[in-house]
Design a protein around this ligand. Structure first.
Ligand SMILES: Cc1cc2nc3c(=O)[nH]c(=O)nc-3n(C[C@H](O)[C@H](O)[C@H](O)COP(=O)(O)OP(=O)(O)OC[C@H]3O[C@@H](n4cnc5c(N)ncnc54)[C@H](O)[C@@H]3O)c2cc1C
Length: 328
């Protein structure tokens, strides 16, 4: 019997889509394999009705809604997830691959004496107990991992697109009250708030990303990308040089040393397509590249390519899309 614990990560009261997709994928697996059950742990105040509607399958979600859990605190969150993991006698703990989990998972791996695999795409959840494949060297090779240790922790970078609808059973939210006393606060001074600018969606959560590279030419050049993102309901992403130059914030950097994204549409504007950048966008469903160099490597992986100066192409694209959307 395998019991999987899913960490449902919230930010500012909203559970991340990546965590919900992870839960739903594992529930689908549990529906076909009778030896698997799934439970969850959630820290912070969220709209439970809304969450209930988006979760498939059945099981129990332990919910710590104390004020002390509203903001991320690695010590508290680790204690919470670790205690539930032990109490439920789980065999694996799953996180969506986020900045938070990259800090929390190694901590828990040491505490729980569990093997840890980070940034792992869940190609096929059925194989998760025996061993897994993970891209290495910026996606140019696949490594096969097998575990000796019975307990595992995964941070999952992407899940397969679900086919069909998952059956819906009952999900119980079990409130955990007053896990830590007020006096304990002083032992946890490292209270950190991870906020996004003006409540913008994080690139890891976005369905549409308009990303800019050095070819954008400067911070001002990103105005066109912002407009396109606004029109399409997407967010702006960035290559590393644009962040190093201070044109964009680090939170938008995509790639090997930035974030891994998996949008439905990824627009690469003035991005050459280095292996380090491609490492972060491999799971994008459709890639559209705009570049004035027809030999740029980005065109090797793009589904659609426009060869041209983005300062001319983007205004044209904006006008065409505005006209198109007006007629809808
Ligand atoms: C260890 C390590 C980690 C790294 N991690 C990352 C990472 O996480 N993310 C990342 O992005 N990079 C990363 N890099 C850097 C990476 O190697 C590349 O240098 C970087 O991705 C290039 O960024 P770029 O495509 O924006 O710039 P460039 O490679 O300079 O490409 C600019 C492109 O814009 C095009 N262009 C220029 N003007 C225009 C125009 N007017 N219209 C249209 N197109 C135009 C050019 O033809 C060119 O193809 C890493 C490097 C190392 C060594």
């Amino acid at each position: 019997m395998y019991k999987y614990l899913v960490f449902l990560e919230q930010r500012e009261g909203v559970v991340k889509n990546a965590s919900i997709e992870l839960w739903n994928t594992l529930q689908q697996l549990a529906a076909v394999r009778e030896d698997i059950t799934v439970c969850g742990v959630l820290a912070g105040t969220v709209d439970l009705h809304q969450l209930y509607d988006s979760l498939a399958g059945k099981g129990v979600v332990y919910h710590a809604s104390d004020q002390g859990f509203t903001l991320y605190n690695s010590e508290r969150y680790a204690r919470l997830a670790g205690d539930i993991f032990k109490r439920e006698a789980c065999s694996a703990l799953f996180f969506a691959d986020t900045i938070l989990s990259r800090e929390l998972a190694p901590k828990l791996s040491i505490r729980l004496k569990a093997a840890m695999l980070s940034g792992f795409p869940l190609f096929d959840a059925t194989g998760v107990d025996s061993g897994t494949l993970r891209p290495v060297y910026s996606g140019s090779a696949m490594a096969s991992f097998h575990f000796d240790c019975p307990l595992r922790i995964y941070t999952i970078s992407s899940v397969p697109i679900l086919s069909g609808t998952s059956s819906r059973g009952h999900i119980d939210f079990i409130p955990l009250q007053r896990l830590f006393s007020d006096t304990e606060e002083e032992f946890y001074p490292l209270l950190r708030r991870m906020t996004m600018r003006e409540g913008r969606q994080d690139v890891t959560e976005a369905g549409i990303i308009i990303s800019g590279g050095r070819g954008v030419g400067g911070a001002d050049g990103f105005v066109l990308l912002e407009q396109l993102a606004l029109l399409l309901g997407g967010v702006v992403g960035a290559s590393r040089p644009t962040v190093d130059e201070g044109w964009r914030p680090q939170s938008e950097q995509i790639g090997q040393t930035g974030k891994t994204v998996n949008p439905a549409f990824y627009f690469a504007c003035g991005i050459s397509g280095s292996v380090q950048h491609l490492a972060g966008i491999a799971s994008s469903a459709v890639v559209v590249a705009i570049n004035n160099d027809c030999h740029a490597p980005i065109f090797d992986i793009a589904d659609y390519g426009i060869v041209g100066d983005l300062r001319l192409v983007l205004p044209e694209l904006l006008c065409t899309l505005q006209d198109f959307l007006k007629k809808q």
